[in-house]
Write a protein that binds this ligand. Structure first.
Ligand code: SF4
Ligand code: MG
Length: 331
């Protein structure tokens, strides 16, 4: 709620803070129990920072992170540890941060030890059970990270997260490094585990194909702000924000209708140090008007949008009716 994450930039005389990277700039959203919410956007939009701020891996600059009625940002660091088992994170390569001399069994054992979730004498059985849950087997428990493929390593990362019985798992580009066929297997595994353990996922990805596969709801971020939010079908089949349309235009799918909505994304993502005034997308938006340079658009539900579907654009309805036209005809 009202989450901000600013990183100071030191410089100049005596290394004072001269500016801030406004990585996440006042965003609010809800994740319901048992659902998968994805955050998508280009790199640098603030999606990973949002995940890290929820876990307080980075202390949020402002705003609340309310988990089951409790504001996590208000908890002393020591008490946060109690919640660490409720909130887990899986990274692109879960083994990148792990000691290469630890076996799979060591890794899982350590996670359970820190959170004190399973008595010592039951741990071996639990480790084997976890490995089987993620599609590995008992014979692999005493192997080392380098003996596994990328997909298997991600299964181990999932087993490690599961070992402490979490409620919410943040998956930060969790399948991005995997081949497409392996991606599908890991996504299917995440799906099955969700049903079995009533897990909730916050899925962070730049890959719209993956997001379409896994999500119930989707959040689109651009330069630290949410520009559109809605259920999967609203976002993919009825996108309203020009930026969302541009992202979708970049996916190669045959669709006779898409010419009408096709937007080519030009130029670079602006710097979050000095984001554009008004609508942050105005420097790249083909529909931008004078108002867009001045007024910050709010995230609201416009005419023709379903319940829960909101976009932050001044001209959603005008664009829809063809009254505001793109500046250059996109071919
Ligand atoms: Fe484009 Fe203006 Fe809408 Fe921003 S508010 S997305 S610049 S039309
Ligand atoms: Mg990222």
């Amino acid at each position: 709620d009202g989450l901000k994450q600013y990183f100071p930039i030191k410089g100049g005389f005596l290394g004072r803070t001269v500016n801030h990277v406004k990585a996440v700039d006042d965003i609010s959203f809800t994740i319901h129990e048992g659902e998968t919410v994805s955050i998508v956007g280009e790199s640098g939009c603030g999606k990973s920072t949002t995940g890290r701020a929820i876990l307080r891996l980075e202390e949020p600059t402002e705003g609340k992170v309310v988990f089951n009625g409790e504001d996590l940002t208000k908890l002393p660091k020591g008490e946060m540890r109690k919640h660490r088992k409720d909130l887990q994170i899986i990274f692109q390569d879960p083994y990148a941060s792990i000691n290469p001399r630890q076996t799979v069994s060591d890794v899982l054992n350590e996670a359970m030890e820190i959170q004190k979730v399973v008595p010592k004498k039951e741990r071996r059985d639990r480790i084997i059970e976890l490995l089987e849950t993620v599609g590995l087997n008992a014979a692999q428990a005493d192997r080392y990270p380098h003996e596994f493929s990328g997909g298997q390593r991600q299964r181990i990362g999932i087993a490690r997260a599961l070992s402490v019985n979490p409620k919410l798992i943040i998956c930060d580009e969790a399948v991005s490094a995997l081949d497409v066929s392996i991606q599908a297997q890991v996504l299917n595994l995440l799906d099955e585990l969700q049903d079995e353990y009533n897990l909730t996922y916050l899925f962070i990805s730049h890959d719209l194909g993956v997001v379409r596969h896994i999500s119930d709801r989707v959040i689109v971020m651009y330069v630290g702000k949410i520009v559109e939010i809605g259920d999967k079908h609203s976002i993919f089949d009825n996108p309203k924000h020009p930026y969302t349309k541009a992202l979708l235009s970049a996916i190669p799918v045959p669709d006779p209708d898409r010419e009408r909505n096709h937007i080519v994304l030009r130029g670079d993502v602006p710097s979050p140090i000095d984001p554009p005034s008004g609508c942050r997308f105005h420097t790249r938006c083909p529909f931008a008007q004078e108002k867009c340079r001045v007024d910050v658009p709010e995230l609201v539900r416009h005419d023709g949008m379903q319940e829960g579907h909101e976009a932050a654009c001044h001209f959603v309805e005008e664009i829809e009716r063809g009254e505001v036209k793109p500046k250059e005809l996109q071919v």
